[in-house]
Ligand binder design. Structure first.
Ligand SMILES: Cc1cc2nc3c(=O)[nH]c(=O)nc-3n(C[C@H](O)[C@H](O)[C@H](O)COP(=O)(O)O)c2cc1C
Length: 189
């Protein structure tokens, strides 16, 4: 049982750090909600207090929404430990720049292949990965991947608010943090 707000904030920091670094973490694939009332699962790639990094396709509908309305929410849930972390932040899409370039270079060619096909949401008349037939089922070469780079983007979310909630027989607990003002408080669950 965590008894102080500082302990809870340390817990959030540790869980988000694990979520980014450990594929087995239940918080590795949070739900990212955009201001158009849409939400989707994404892989958390990095957490450096207090910014989240995700990878996405610059042509994806969510990228357009974020560019217009940057406020987002992200929901993390650990079923086994009965912990929910809800965060709100300001998001931005970056295709160029050091962060996006380093993220692109850190991936392998299978990961980069995702950005080689038609943009997410392109309507097809049959089931399709959207990938060119030449790379379907194979790892593309560096030369084949050249056009993919322009479609790759990082989604960076700078956090402003955190809501931490845990279920326990001894009593549920909830704490809230405003990272901009440094204010924090306990709340009823
Ligand atoms: C387990 C899982 C992980 C996913 N990871 C990502 C991801 O890291 N980035 C991403 O853009 N989409 C990811 N997706 C796909 C998104 O949930 C979504 O369907 C897609 O990005 C299109 O979203 P949009 O139409 O809202 O832009 C993932 C889906 C699942 C099921």
């Amino acid at each position: 049982m965590l008894n102080t707000l500082d302990e809870v904030l340390d817990d959030v920091r540790a869980r988000l750090g694990r979520a980014a670094g450990d594929r087995q973490s239940p918080m590795h694939t949070p739900v990212v909600a955009t201001a158009d009332a849409d939400a989707r699962v994404m892989v958390l790639r990095e957490f450096a207090p207090w910014t989240l990094r995700f990878h996405t396709d610059a042509r994806a509908p969510k990228a357009a929404v974020v560019r217009e309305m940057p406020r987002v929410g992200v929901l993390f849930y650990d079923k086994a430990e009965k912990v929910q972390i809800r965060v709100r932040g300001t998001a931005r899409i970056e295709c160029d720049g050091e962060i996006a370039q380093a993220a692109w270079e850190a991936g392998d060619n299978f990961a980069r292949r995702c950005y080689l096909g038609d943009g997410p949401g392109t309507v097809r008349d049959r089931p399709s990965s959207g990938l060119p037939e030449t790379v379907e089922g194979i790892e593309p070469t560096d030369a084949q991947l050249v056009p993919a780079r322009a479609n790759f983007a990082v989604l960076l979310v700078e956090l402003h608010e955190i809501d931490w909630f845990t279920l326990a027989h001894t009593g549920h607990r909830r704490a809230q943090f405003d990272l901009d003002t440094g204010e924090s408080r306990w709340a009823t669950p």
